[in-house]
Every structure is written in C-alpha cells, then in structure tokens.
Write a protein of this length. Structure first.
Length: 460
C-alpha cells in the first residue's frame, strides 16, 4: 500500500470531508472539517484476539505525518511485546494524572509551608500584640513592663519565632538576671513571660506554654517574705535621728504619714491636694493610684492631718507668672510638672543606712543617719508597722485589713460582705495617731510601751 504524502494532505478540500485515507501498516485517516480548516484524524487499527480496535495516533496538521507514524510504530511495538496499546495509553494517562496530582499536592504543601512561615510570629511581635491587648489596660499602660522586656528579654529572644521557644530560652533570660544578682527581678520577669505565653495559648498562637514546666520557686530560690516591723523604741529613735539625717522636710513628713495612714509609698507620693479634705480630715486615694484598682478613703487622725498641714505649708503653693497658685501635687518633682519619682524616698532612706559602705556618687554622705537597732528598713515596713500597732491597740484584724485597702481573699466574703467598717476604720486610724503622737512627743514623760506580741501579723 502506497504511503501518503504531505502534498496529498495539503491538497485536500472540503469536498474530501469524510473520505478515508489509507497509509501503510494499518494506519488510516478520516478527513474532517475544522474551524481552522481541513484536518485528518489518524488511527492505527489492530486486533486483540477476535476483536479489532483503533488506536488514535494524532490529527494532522496539528501533528506532523512523521510524528503520527512514530506513534503508530510505538503501538505496534507494544503489540509485539504482548501489550494492548490502548491499555498502555490509559495507564500512561493515569500515571500522568497521578504525577500531576502529586505535583499539585507538592505545590500546595509548599504554599502551605510558605503561609505557615509567613504566619509564624516572633517573640517581639507577640510582645507587641500582648502589649496592645493586655498591657495597655494597666495603670501605666504597660510602660514599666515594656522597659523591662526591652532591657532584659527581647534582646535575648525577641527575634526567635514563638513556636520555637523552649524552656531553655526562658531560663536563658532568667539565668542572665540571676547572674547579675537581681533574683527578685528574675522572678518578676519570669511571671511576665508566663503571662505573655499564656496569652499566646489563649489566642491559638501557641499550642502550649513553654514556661509551664518551669517552677517559679526554682528561679533564684524562694522569695523571702519581709516581716520587718519597727519597735516603738525604734520609732522614738527615728524621731531623734530624722532631724540630723539631712532629709528633705517633705521626706520626713512622708515617713510619718506612711506610719499614720498605713498607705503605700507610691500612693502617698502620687497624692494631689484636690484629694485632701482638711475640713473633714479625709484623704481619697483614687482608683488609679491604688494597688487593687479601687478607691480608698483614709480617715486622717489629728496626727496625720497635722503632717499634711505641714506639708501643705511647704508644697501647697507654686509660682506661675510671678503669682502664687494652688499646687497640684503634694510631692511635686523639681520641675513641678508631675509627682516626684515613687522611688525617691526609698533611695533617700536607703542611702542613710549604708553603714560603713562608702556613699554613692552624688548621694547623701550620712550613711548611718537612719540605721536602726532592728536592722535595715524600707518605707513599706512603716506600713506594716502601722498595721501591727493597730492590732496591738485592740483593732480587729479585719478592720486593719480594710485600713490597708487589702482585697478580701475569700470570694464569698468579698461578694456578700458589704459592710464598710467606716466607723471602725476611723477609730483605728485615730488610735494609731494617738499612739504615734505619744511616741514622738518630746518631754520628760515616760511612754508605756505596748507589749510585744509573740507573732507579729505580716502585712503587705
């Protein structure tokens, strides 16, 4: 049988549509009319058993005549090997589909991995999110926490992906703090990191908290609970030592006010004159200044009221355009733009208890001026001392707790016990004030000291 030529195919016209063309080795073509012109669909006819089948080899001119014949020859080779060409093509198509599906799956996996990597956030980014959602609601809008993290946490682990954080990363931060000898700071920062990572767990950023397996007690040892209470002899010593300690008069008054009101040092130094009512003898500590976020009304004893009056004589007025104007802050900073730093009084007292140590640069040279027989003390110990004196004077512990503005730990009592104890609190502050006035009085009269209790009540 004569072989078809390309010239013959090119000479086909619409009149040839439907015509069957034969080529050698059982290859035949059928002339078709396509939108783009004349085309010839070629098939290879073969027999398997008693059945004839057609194997499609391609369409001219989409495929060349040479390529079509090569496809036929490949089919003939498969037959010679005992394989059905159509079955072989079906298997090829299935393999191609499987390969394509595999390629698509691999592409999707790469895309998912890329998206996952893109979604992975660093500790720095987690901190910013935590800061925006949680820290912003704190009294200082999270400024102090940010300062601590930017100094001691983020430089070490800020660039690490949150998902990659392990116990070792957390202890790397705390170990660096312990190496500096700031054990309490290490515990505090550990607690803050735990809060941040638990925030991440709550937001499905993390599956588990990397700090969960770390015991806080293992970081720098257990906290030592302060129980320093000044004795009445020490209060009288304080009376005698303060005038020669070269303190600011306002600092001296702050010491007596903490003792007389049992307030926190920060609450006192943030006080404003608008919250002091000299007529009713009351001092309102607003919610934004109190530790538990609740306003606290302090009934000022005559002793405490007198100290506030002395303070007002010093800081009650400020000059503006050469004219005296009512001041805002009870303890203003040097620029009179805000309250004094809440650490200032603590530093002044600490400087005067350094003992034989050399004075710090540009700080007080009177390194023994406020040393007391019972050992070192800090402003917060005065708050504890005042509360202890209250209970020694017969004040009920629950009343003393209210004077301290402590939150009731028992939830049921906190929910249902709504009695204000206002009358009892006023009596407690008055009793304390009377006792302090007696202790600091300078005369020849003897003061009967209160009995020392075997166990002093620890307050904070």
């Amino acid at each position: 049988m004569a072989k078809l030529t390309v010239k013959q195919l090119e000479n086909l016209t619409a009149a040839d549509v439907g015509k069957r063309l034969s080529d050698e080795h059982s290859l035949f073509g059928v002339v078709k009319q396509r939108q783009e012109g004349i085309a010839v669909l070629f098939r290879f006819r073969y027999r398997t058993g008693t059945k004839s089948q057609d194997f499609t080899c391609g369409t001219w001119p989409g495929r060349s005549l040479k390529e079509i014949r090569e496809e036929r020859d490949a089919a003939r080779s498969m037959l010679a090997a005992g394989r059905d060409p159509n079955e072989g093509r079906r298997l090829q198509r299935m393999e191609a589909m499987a390969a394509d599906a595999e390629a698509q799956a691999a592409a999707q996996a790469r895309l998912a991995e890329a998206e996952s990597l893109k979604a992975r956030i660093t500790v720095q980014e987690l901190f910013e999110r935590w800061s925006t959602v949680e820290l912003i609601r704190r009294k200082d809008s999270g400024k102090e926490v940010r300062r601590m993290f930017e100094k001691d946490v983020l430089p070490l682990i800020g660039a690490i992906a949150v998902e990659d954080i392990r116990k070792g990363h957390v202890t790397h931060v705390t170990d660096a703090l312990l190496a500096r000898g700031v054990n309490r700071m290490a515990k505090q920062i550990f607690s803050l990191m735990r809060q941040m990572f638990r925030f991440a767990v709550d937001r499905d950023i993390l599956d588990g908290d990397p700090t969960a397996a770390i015991r806080k007690a293992k970081i720098g040892g257990r906290d030592t609970e302060r129980d320093r209470v000044l004795s009445e002899d020490e209060i009288r010593d304080l009376r005698d030592q303060l005038p020669s300690a070269s303190l600011l008069k306002s600092t001296e008054l702050a010491i007596w006010l903490i003792l007389a009101t049992c307030c926190r040092i920060g609450e006192l130094l943030k006080a404003q004159w608008q919250h002091i009512n000299f007529k009713t003898g009351e001092w309102l500590i607003p919610a934004e200044n109190s530790k538990n976020g609740k306003p606290h009304n302090v009934q000022l004893s005559p002793f405490a009221l007198e100290k506030f009056k002395e303070l007002h004589a010093i800081n009650g007025k400020t000059l503006s355009d050469g004219k005296a104007q009512p001041a805002i802050w009870c303890f203003p900073n040097r620029a009179i733009t805000d309250h004094v730093c809440v650490k200032s009084v603590t530093k002044q007292i600490g400087d005067r208890q350094r003992g034989d140590e050399a004075p710090m640069s540009r700080r007080s040279p009177y390194t023994k001026a406020l040393s007391l027989r019972g050992g070192p003390w800090v402003p917060h110990d005065l708050r504890r001392t005042g509360a202890t004196m209250m209970t020694a004077l017969g004040v009920l512990p629950e009343v003393a707790e209210r004077c301290l503005n402590h939150t009731e730990e028992n939830r049921v009592r906190r929910t249902y016990q709504r009695y204000s104890y206002e009358k009892e609190m006023r009596q407690a502050w008055d009793l304390l004030g009377e006792r302090l006035a007696l202790l600091v009085r300078r005369d020849d009269g003897k003061v009967v000291l209160l009995p020392t209790t075997a166990k002093r009540r620890k307050t904070s």
